[in-house]
Design a protein around this ligand. Structure first.
Ligand code: FAD
Ligand code: UDP
Length: 377
């Protein structure tokens, strides 16, 4: 008798759902997707809260990319609505200034009237510190803007978010945030910045709506791994968890989200832009995000998340530094030795990836797997 399924997929986020859709549609495989949560879409899951406001359960998810093949693929499952994310951060005396730091930020903060990119560049040049080896997140910021802006906007925020000083984090973490000399106040500058018109969950529903795909929610891999038969496994959970933490636990940062709602008679909004960052170390949360800015929904009340960084809880962020990289590499060697298991996604590859990067990774991983399956044994 044949196996129950050609492929078992652990995780119904981007990585798992895309692998399922591709294998079912292109190779006519029978697929079972399991997820321990009670919903699909992984960390991109959105839903209407008790006030009827569309919110993201696991914090604000803004879709942006320069890679059109990723958009073309997702566009099979969703329409889009334009949205460019904007963020302000709280500076001294409760002044809210644009983040990433740009010309307006500098002018507001220092009471200046810098008018050209060159003037702002000269302002940074006077303050930046020489850094020989760009290794840490502290290096990444002080080398561009100097210590004062680093202390004001990055140090406290990062220490809260990661429970580590920026000097103990890989440069890539803070280097995600550009430093600008112009007045562009958008958080991202990618050529494509749009949100799924009916939300992320609806997009995932369409992706998984295939006669060959079965989805079982509230299902933990360990509880079913010995009861099911399948030829291949696609695993998108934590790689250290897969190997029972044999070499020790890879660390992850977590968050607690407090969802709040306030009346907005006439459909108004509570904040000037979607996210207000709180860089002061003594404020226990990192940011507040008001969802209706992002979704364009008009309603008589508005819902927003307050984000508290946590050490315990859902594994949201892999922590990039030399030590974790070395530990991950040991797990990766175990993974590479398993021919019948494919590891893909943020947790399985222990990478700090945005949605568009996970989509691209899943599409490439599918192509490689399909080529392997097509090759004669
Ligand atoms: P996930 O979405 O984490 O999916 C993995 C799934 O596997 C989960 O549903 C989990 O329940 C399931 N699973 C794991 N282990 C098991 C098991 N043993 N048994 C059963 N099920 C299991 N990206 C952007 O592009 N823009 C943003 O604005 C953005 N904001 C973010 C904000 C936050 C707070 C976070 C945490 C992430 C953000 N991201 C953002 C990143 C984005 O969430 C990820 O890139 C994407 O969700 C990764 O998809 P994935 O499939 O790899 O993992
Ligand atoms: N960061 C900061 N101050 C800010 C915004 C970001 O110090 O106002 C740092 C922080 O360490 C954060 C990193 O820059 O984790 C990357 O920011 P991003 O907004 O990309 O974080 P994420 O999307 O992962 O929440």
């Amino acid at each position: 008798m044949g196996n129950d399924f050609n492929t078992l997929i652990v995780g119904a986020g981007y990585a798992g759902s895309i692998m399922a859709e591709r294998l079912a549609t292109e190779l006519d495989q029978r697929i079972l997707v399991i997820d321990r949560r009670d919903h699909i879409a992984g960390n991109a899951y959105d839903y209407h809260d008790e006030h009827g406001v569309l919110v993201h359960r696991y914090g604000p998810h803004i879709f942006h990319t320069n890679h059109m093949p990723v958009v073309d693929y997702l566009s099979r499952f969703t329409e889009w609505r334009p949205y460019e994310h904007r963020v302000v951060t709280r500076a001294k005396d409760d002044l809210l200034v644009p983040m990433p730091i740009n010309r307006t930020t500098i002018n507001m903060l220092y009471g200046l009237d810098l008018r050209t990119d060159d003037e702002v560049e000269a302002f940074y040049a006077e303050r930046r510190e020489p850094v020989e080896l760009m290794k840490t997140s502290e290096d990444a910021v002080v080398a561009k803007v100097g210590r004062e802006l680093y202390e004001l906007f990055f140090r406290g925020y990062t220490r809260k978010q990661w429970q580590r000083d920026p000097s103990e984090l890989h440069a890539s973490v803070c280097a995600r945030i550009p430093i600008r000399t112009n007045t562009d106040d958008r958080y991202f500058t990618d050529s494509f910045q749009q949100m799924p018109a009916e939300g992320y969950t609806r997009m995932f529903e369409r992706m998984l709506d295939h006669p060959n795909i079965e989805v079982r929610l509230r299902t933990e891999f360990d509880d079913v791994r010995d009861d099911l038969t399948y030829d291949h496994l696609v695993y998108t959970g934590t790689i250290d968890g897969f190997f029972d933490h044999r070499y020790g636990e890879l660390p992850y940062r977590s968050l607690e989200f407090e969802l709040k709602n306030e009346p907005t008679p006439g459909g108004g909004l509570l904040q000037p832009v979607a996210s207000v960052n709180e860089p002061d170390y003594d404020v226990p949360y990192t940011r507040t995000t008001e969802y209706r800015h992002m979704t364009g929904q008009v309603a008589e009340s508005s819902s927003y998340h307050v984000e508290y960084p946590r050490s315990e809880g859902e594994p949201y962020y892999p922590i990039p530094n030399d030590e974790t990289r070395a530990l991950y590499k040991r797990y990766e060697a175990l993974a590479d030795a398993l021919d019948d298991v494919t590891f893909v996604g943020r947790l399985a590859r222990y990478q700090y990836l945005d949605m568009h990067q996970v989509v691209a990774q899943a599409l490439t991983t599918y192509e490689k797997l399909a080529t392997r399956l097509a090759a004669p044994a």
